[in-house]
Design a protein around this ligand. Structure first.
Ligand SMILES: CC(=O)N[C@H]1[C@@H](OP(=O)(O)OP(=O)(O)OC[C@H]2O[C@@H](n3ccc(=O)[nH]c3=O)[C@H](O)[C@@H]2O)O[C@H](CO)[C@@H](O)[C@@H]1O[C@H](C)C(=O)N[C@@H](C)C(=O)N[C@H](CCC(=O)O)C(=O)O
Ligand SMILES: Nc1ncnc2c1ncn2[C@@H]1O[C@H](COP(=O)(O)OP(=O)(O)OP(=O)(O)O)[C@@H](O)[C@H]1O
Ligand SMILES: N[C@H](CCC[C@H](N)C(=O)O)C(=O)O
Ligand SMILES: [Mg+2]
Length: 487
């Protein structure tokens, strides 16, 4: 593909720099990482949190890049390959990747919010699949599509991987795809160029305060989904019962979207009555004049909200309300989201959950309390190189809502694990500290007696524990099973 075709009409400042010869340069691939440049590639230099791609232009050219796109002010170094500049290289990277790979599933939706994105994306895929559509999901747990189940790493992949993936899915016949839009992904323009038919907002709580300077910046990043990515008139599904719902609704209205609220205060799907059971949730919802009784075979009060948002997205992309709600009865939970892993002989239940932020921990502990006749026992830690402010908050929540708290490690990364734990422990009087996560799980399982509920929180579907720069194989599921087996 030629550079001028990658730029399209969205970047006139770039087109203006292309002369006869440079506009004809054929690009064999696109990358923002000089270490991945192959001869013939276009290198896009973006500035990041650790490095600035402009420092690697020389490296990229030495590896055979045929052209470079960088931020304004970067001077050509006299190389024969053109070094073009524009205001927002990240936005260009995403649009160029979209143009380069070309194909996407016809119907794409994206969901943002602090909690529930993976669950909503997974449920939306399942509702579509239940109606016989070839459907996929892309998110924290990876990629799920007909005949495909890949473990993932980022919630929203980088734009080059994302568009390569979308083209693969479209080529494999996938017509519908639901993806997660993280605030990092939105802020870094990773989703620019994805052709969305609808989008959704779940809720906003404390998260990623290491990356976003303020909660307003965090919310504004999320609202890029409505303001910058969703075309005017497209459906915006908003969970109506969150503290931030009003702001999300206002942003969607301002962006001239077709706002569709769901929840108790919802007008599109209106929740009239809900009953929470230990392993399932039942509800009555109204859609227009129709009344539906829905049954969600999953633990966790919060799954009702996620199911309504997913149903809102499915209905907004052509599924009938009846089909969407009947699909909910067959839902499988996303891996590691309040997932029942096993039980002791006398019936104490052990769950693995991905709560690694305050609201999620609060929700999950509150969810199991009504069904626990004995003690709620929680094992959790906080990730290193991530928001330090959440550590005492989560310590306080665990102490307030659980009867037994064991503080352990969760991906210490480059930090000293003892320091992370001590920051949680400072707000968790009476908690036990056991750094080794497997040992912490064994200790918790060992103390289970009839009526108790164990929540191992923070890692969910993860298959590794990152200590320093090494990721060691580790699975909460496997450790819980092993500990239960040893009883
Ligand atoms: C903080 C953050 O979001 N970082 C992401 C970002 O990296 P960055 O732009 O900051 O990279 P950088 O290291 O500063 O380098 C700047 C540029 O120089 C380039 N470079 C660097 C070195 C070199 O030799 N040559 C070279 O060209 C890099 O490729 C990069 O393009 O862009 C990279 C490519 O897209 C991501 O891999 C990287 O994710 C890191 C690994 C990460 O941990 N991200 C997490 C925090 C994240 O994105 N999480 C969200 C939310 C999770 C959730 O709660 O669900 C997610 O969507 O997963
Ligand atoms: N609607 C919700 N409201 C509050 N908490 C929720 C909700 N949905 C899920 N949770 C909690 O958050 C955890 C993560 O859920 P999920 O993976 O669906 O969210 P996510 O937004 O994708 O999270 P992440 O940003 O970490 O990928 C769950 O394990 C549960 O503890
Ligand atoms: N996508 C999130 C996941 C955090 C999961 C938790 N286990 C941790 O390592 O903090 C992040 O990278 O911040
Ligand atoms: Mg997720």
């Amino acid at each position: 593909m030629k550079i001028k075709d990658l730029a399209g009409t969205s970047f006139p400042e770039l087109s203006a720099q292309l002369d006869g010869a440079s506009s004809q340069i054929e690009v064999a691939g696109i990358t923002a990482d000089s270490r991945h440049v192959q001869p013939g590639d276009l290198f896009v230099a973006v500035s990041g949190t650790k490095a600035n791609g402009t420092s690697y232009i020389v490296d990229a050219l030495a590896r055979g890049a045929v052209a470079v796109v960088a931020e304004s002010g970067v001077k050509p170094d006299g190389s024969s390959a053109p070094v073009l500049s524009l205001g927002n290289p990240r936005a260009f990277l995403a649009r160029a990747a979209a143009a380069f790979y070309g194909r996407q599933p016809e119907t794409m939706v994206a969901v943002t919010g602090t909690a529930g994105k993976t669950s909503v994306a997974s449920f939306t895929r399942q509702i579509w699949a239940h109606s016989g559509l070839a459907a996929a999901m892309i998110g924290t747990t990876g990629v799920v599509a007909p005949g495909r189940n890949d473990y993932g790493s980022l919630t929203t992949p980088d734009p080059v991987s994302l568009h390569k993936l979308l083209a693969e899915l479209a080529d494999a016949g996938v017509t519908h795809a639901a993806m997660e839009a993280s605030s990092h992904g939105l802020d870094q323009s990773r989703l620019d160029g994805v052709k969305l038919s609808a989008a959704a907002f779940t809720n906003l709580g404390r998260d990623h305060m290491d990356y976003h300077p303020t909660v307003e910046h965090y919310m504004a990043s999320k609202m890029r989904l409505f303001e910058a990515l969703l075309p005017k008139g497209a459906p915006a599904v908003v969970f109506a019962d969150d503290q931030w719902s009003e702001q999300a609704i206002a942003a969607a209205r301002k962006a001239k979207l077709d706002v569709r609220t769901v929840g108790r205060k919802g007008e599109f799907i209106s929740l009239k009555r809900v009953e929470h059971f230990r392993h399932k949730q039942s509800a009555e919802v109204h859609v227009g004049d129709d009344i539906f009784e829905i049954h969600i075979p999953l633990a966790g009060d919060f799954q009702v909200a996620n199911a309504l948002v997913a149903a809102g997205l499915a209905i907004s992309t052509g599924i009938s309300a009846k089909a969407a709600f009947s699909a909910l009865e067959k839902l499988q939970g996303a891996s590691g989201r309040l997932e029942l892993v096993g039980q002791t002989r006398d019936g104490a239940l052990a769950y693995v959950d991905y709560a690694h932020k305050p609201d999620a921990l609060e929700n999950v502990l509150a969810s199991v309390r009504p069904f626990t006749t004995g003690r709620v026992i929680v094992v959790f830690g906080c990730g290193g190189d991530r928001d330090k402010g959440k550590r005492p908050i989560m310590g306080e929540i665990a102490t307030r809502l659980a009867d037994v708290v064991i503080v352990t490690d969760d991906n210490p990364r480059s930090e000293v694990p003892e320091v992370i734990r001590s920051e949680i422990m400072a707000a968790a009087p009476g908690a036990t500290e056991i750094g080794d996560r497997a040992e912490a799980i064994r200790a918790a399982v060992g103390m289970l007696t009839s009526g108790d509920t164990l929540i191992v929180a923070g890692k969910g579907h993860e298959e590794g524990q990152t200590v320093g720069s090494v990721t060691l194989p580790f699975s909460d599921h496997a450790e819980v099973r092993k500990a239960l087996g040893g009883l």
